[in-house]
Ligand binder design. Structure first.
Ligand SMILES: [Fe+2]
Ligand SMILES: [Fe+2]
Length: 377
């Protein structure tokens, strides 16, 4: 496998000569994620993200993280350029419904802004949780793809703004987009549920209306960008959220997803007992916690790669039965009720949600206000 590096990358596995300091360790995907989160310029953030995802997905970055070199925590809030003026949500001018060119420009600017933050969200989940919870390689694949998509979405919308004589940063932008990321920064389960299931699915609900507003206003080009490029890819993002929520839920609840509320911190690859009695026990056990593994010194790059591959291979899930799925969904409900304010807002785009594997059983009970729910129970 080719060493990490490439444009913007650090040196790979070139042997040092006598007296010289050893070469720096290969850059991991988490190293890339941290660099992207620290990049303030939104165009550069998207460009670097595209490069990192492409390198990872073609196998040019050997490790998702280096067990011998625990990564630093990601920033509480990603770096953002001062060129985009952020306003508290309550002070944001109304976007309108796309009936005028000015309103459509405001809508387009708002969409570009959301996509730029989505780039950060995708890399944050990689940097914040990927190594600490020793997530499988497929987790890194999925969120590298999502990050690459979000960067592409930002880039095409930003380019469209310029075609229309504006640019990203020409208007003030909503400063509340990181709030729920902060609220869920301690729990991957909560992060997946709120950001990567609920918010991504909400995007699917509203996007068809947004597309028709651009179309009705005569901006077919923007309508097509949203319809052909962005909409289908957003379905895959919601699918990634559902997939990893299910995985983590089954892995972390000691055989009974209903037995605990939201885990504050999950530090085991699997805490399931060997030969467990429940069908939920479909993840093989890893005996040592990730901190112990991460702190182990490595004698060489090959050994490190093998160690990570061995660990990741132990985190595979197989198919689950209906009872386990029902338990996962109940856990989803409890997590969303704890971390998402208020009921979910219908109407839902059932078809797109279904295409993402997000069936009504996951979200319809959450559309009911808490007081109404308690009255029924
Ligand atoms: Fe997007
Ligand atoms: Fe997305």
């Amino acid at each position: 496998m080719e060493a990490a590096g490439g444009a913007g990358g650090e040196a790979g596995c070139v042997g040092g000569r006598g007296g010289e300091s050893p070469p720096p360790p290969p850059k991991t995907l988490v190293d890339w994620a941290l660099e992207i989160l620290d990049t303030a310029d939104p165009d550069e953030k998207a460009r670097l993200g595209d490069l990192a995802a492409a390198e990872w997905l073609r196998g040019a970055i050997p490790l998702p993280y280096d067990p011998a070199r625990p990564p630093r925590p990601p920033p509480d809030r990603p770096a953002r350029s001062d060129a985009v003026r952020l306003l508290p949500p309550s002070q944001m001018p109304k976007l309108g419904k796309g009936g005028s060119a000015q309103s459509r420009l405001a809508l387009l600017h708002s969409l570009a802004h959301t996509e730029s933050w989505a780039v950060d969200l995708s890399w944050d989940i990689v940097a914040r949780f990927g190594a600490r919870l020793r997530m499988p390689r497929e987790f890194f694949d999925d969120f590298a793809r999502v990050a690459q998509d979000e960067g592409r979405h930002f880039t095409v919308l930003s380019a469209r703004l310029r075609e229309l004589g504006s640019h990203y940063g020409a208007l003030p932008a909503h400063d509340g987009l990181w709030d729920s990321a902060t609220r869920t920064s301690h729990s991957l389960l909560a992060r997946l549920a709120v950001e990567h299931c609920v918010h991504e699915a909400r995007g699917l609900d509203v996007l068809p209306t947004t597309i028709s507003r651009f179309r009705a206003g005569g901006d077919e080009q923007t309508a097509k960008l949203l319809e052909i490029i962005i909409y289908p890819e957003e379905i895959t993002h919601c699918a990634a959220g559902v997939r990893w929520f299910r995985y983590l839920c089954l892995r972390s609840h000691n055989g009974d997803p209903t037995a605990s509320s939201v885990p504050q911190d999950i530090t085991q690859c699997s805490v399931l007992p060997r030969g467990g009695t429940s069908d939920i026990n479909k993840v093989e056990e890893v005996e040592d916690g990730p901190e112990a593994k991460l702190a182990e010194p490595s004698n060489g790059h090959d050994k490190t790669v093998q160690q990570v591959e061995d660990e990741l291979a132990q985190c595979k899930l197989v198919d689950i039965d209906d009872d386990a799925e029902a338990a996962v969904i109940r856990t989803f409900h409890s997590v969303v009720r704890e971390y998402f304010r208020g009921p979910l807002k219908p109407p839902f785009n059932t078809e797109a949600r279904k295409a993402a594997g997000f069936d009504p059983a996951w979200y319809e009970p959450l559309a009911v206000k808490e007081v109404e729910r308690q009255a029924v129970e």
